[in-house]
Design a protein around this ligand. Sequence first.
Ligand SMILES: Cc1ncc(COP(=O)(O)OP(=O)(O)O)c(N)n1
Ligand SMILES: Cc1nc(C(=O)O)sc1CCOP(=O)(O)O
Ligand SMILES: [Mg+2]
Length: 575
Amino acid sequence: MGELVVIKTTRAGELCNLVTFKRSTSDHMNSAMLSSSCPQSHCLASKQGNAIHKLHSERAYGSHSSRVPMAASSSEGSNGRIPHVLTVAGSDSGAGAGIQADLKACAALGVYCSTVITAVTAQNTVGVQGVNIVPEEFVAEQLKSVLSDMQVGVVKTGMLPSIGAVKVLLQCIKEFPIQALIVDPVMVSTSGDVLAGSSVLPIFREELLPMADLVTPNIKEASILLGGMVLETVADMRRAAKSIYDMGPRNVLVKGGDLPDSLDAVDVFFDGEHLHELSSRRINTWNTHGTGCTLASGIAAELAKGLPMLSAIKISKRFVETALDYGKDIFIGCGPQGPFDHLLKLKNTLRRLGAHRLFSPADLFLYAVTDSGMNKKWGRSINDAVRAAVEGGATIVQLREKNMETRDFLEAAQECVPLCRSYGVPLLINDRVDIALACDADGVHVGQSDMPLSVVRSLLGPEKIIGVSCKNPEQAYQAWIDGADYIGCGGVFPTNTKANNQTIGLDGLKAVCLASKLPVVAIGGINMSNAGSVMEIDAPNLAGVAVVSTLFDTECVSSTTQKLHAALKAAAPRT
Ligand SMILES: Cc1ncc(COP(=O)(O)OP(=O)(O)O)c(N)n1
Ligand SMILES: Cc1nc(C(=O)O)sc1CCOP(=O)(O)O
Ligand SMILES: [Mg+2]
């Protein structure tokens, strides 16, 4: 026989377990607790009116207990697997923190997120009005449902309000191996309400932290974990990071956002060998509720994509900083601490979806970048060079004229725009947003030290194509956040065309591809004999190659372009 779930509300801080629940073959569950419709035959729940009738069967669980730990899943591979984070945390009715923040952060970063709810809180921007702890048996059941069926990469924990919840979590991750465990030791809410009492401290210290790949306490949580140690300076945070490391986690990130009197938000990361101080701009806003959950989920998401720990932390910090900045003036709720806006990128995309844009990643297949020195050497005008490249099969053109007078550059660009348009090939201008505006080019390409992307976008408007140069995953991630259309990534090989250019190799190119959903074009030293190896790196968003000297430091631009096009086609026959 089943027993009804009894849910009573409690005031914040009273963390006694008031929910009674017994398993049986026909429990009637609160409909909010189980998914209501599922086409799969092994689904545990089927809807019957308002109640959900549970088809309880051990056979309903998959059996992945014998599987080996997953390799880092980099992005949607040909097997259709996508990076997956499981969050084990409390629900926040105000949706700024907890499960809701985790879902939004993972969605914003392009990672699938499943959820195990450990507690249901009634909270808003004023504070926490009530907490209901989910019984540990039901936490276990949720864990088993997800872990036995889905390929979870990273588990991230938030509110773990009882010893029992920690125990069942530890049991499950022993049974179902995962790629990494991130522990955000949530104990006190931003409003000061207790979310996990001191009774959980021993099991946190003795059993949970030793299993963690990363633990992310804020100042208060670090102090609690360390028995009341006072943390007032970055030096204190460094000491705290080392002491927490001694409890067993593989990495520690002590978050300094609450440290008083600092201009920057400095976090201290300790990997057992090196201490890193990671600072980010302190954003002046009240809308900070949920930053801790978001940061930890962001790290989990990036780890699930296959990034190393430090890169994942840096990217997640940048995401939080950008989201805080983006949402600094939004107004949700009347309390002292509002939530911020995780889905800023989605808004950028929606804003631009409304606009008429013709750019497609396929345009980047063979990207011809001009050089006036080379054209002069071979006695041809820019216009002739561009025409020959387009006739030979270039799919996009960039005018990169570093030493030209503005007036001459503009005149050349004004000739090239109609020429390229007549071939249906986009024409971009390197660096010079003013020239692009003046000749109505299709877009610009900017580097890391050129005009910032956000300013370029506001000057050019939503329809124009903006490419940005990136040499590492952090820059690639930021380009995506900032709303770039593509990434130019190099120097893949050494080049004589650009002085003192850093060479990042095919591995560097792949790391940039994996860090972003944007299409990527490879640049730097690409020629007839190595173009194939570039196209063959295993990255679905590698869209093509950008080339200067191979196309333009040659007598016959058109036939060289044709040959390179054929070489690319041979290496990437499906494009
Ligand atoms: C397609 C493409 N990728 C990268 C670059 C390099 O741009 P940037 O870093 O701004 O360097 P300069 O070209 O300005 O020297 C590019 N131009 N095109
Ligand atoms: C313009 C440019 N940008 C690079 C980068 O690494 O971002 S490499 C480069 C020069 C590419 O010229 P070539 O094809 O002659 O090697
Ligand atoms: Mg530039």
